[in-house]
Design a protein. Structure first.
Length: 133
């Protein structure tokens, strides 16, 4: 039977305690990671998808409402529902023009005619108001 010194006994106890701590820590970390991936990550992914959908929807609504600004010769700047600005090239609009006109040509023309009629009426009122002064 071998007799061990105090230092050797302490070292064995320390190694034993460290191995036990590693095992317990690994179990805790594995549990946390499992909870993270199974319980929380699907909500984060779903929230991210939802945020992306909301942002795209905001850009489209602002484009339809005419809330965009021409930048340079071939770009427009439009914001999304989070007020982040996005730049869209005019060349990407070319593919959209024909299908939109085919689908909604009369409605587009009618809406533009109404806009111009309102603009003419407004200009007539301004002109009459200016002549009265």
């Amino acid at each position: 039977m071998e007799i061990k010194s105090n230092d050797e006994v302490r070292e064995e106890l320390l190694v034993e305690a460290m191995n036990k701590l590693k095992t317990q820590a690994k179990e805790v970390i594995d549990g946390v990671m499992s909870d993270l991936y199974c319980d929380y990550l699907p909500h984060v992914v779903t929230d991210t998808d939802s945020n992306i959908g909301n942002r795209v929807s905001g850009v489209i609504k602002n484009l339809i409402a005419g809330k965009f600004e021409k930048v340079g010769g071939s770009m427009v700047k439009v914001s999304d529902s989070y007020q982040a600005e996005h730049f869209i090239s005019f060349s990407s609009w070319d593919a959209m023009v024909k299908p939109l006109c085919d689908l909604m040509g009369p409605e587009i023309v009618g809406a533009r005619v109404k806009q111009l009629e309102h603009e003419v009426a407004s200009l007539n009122q301004q002109l009459e108001s200016a002549w009265r002064r």
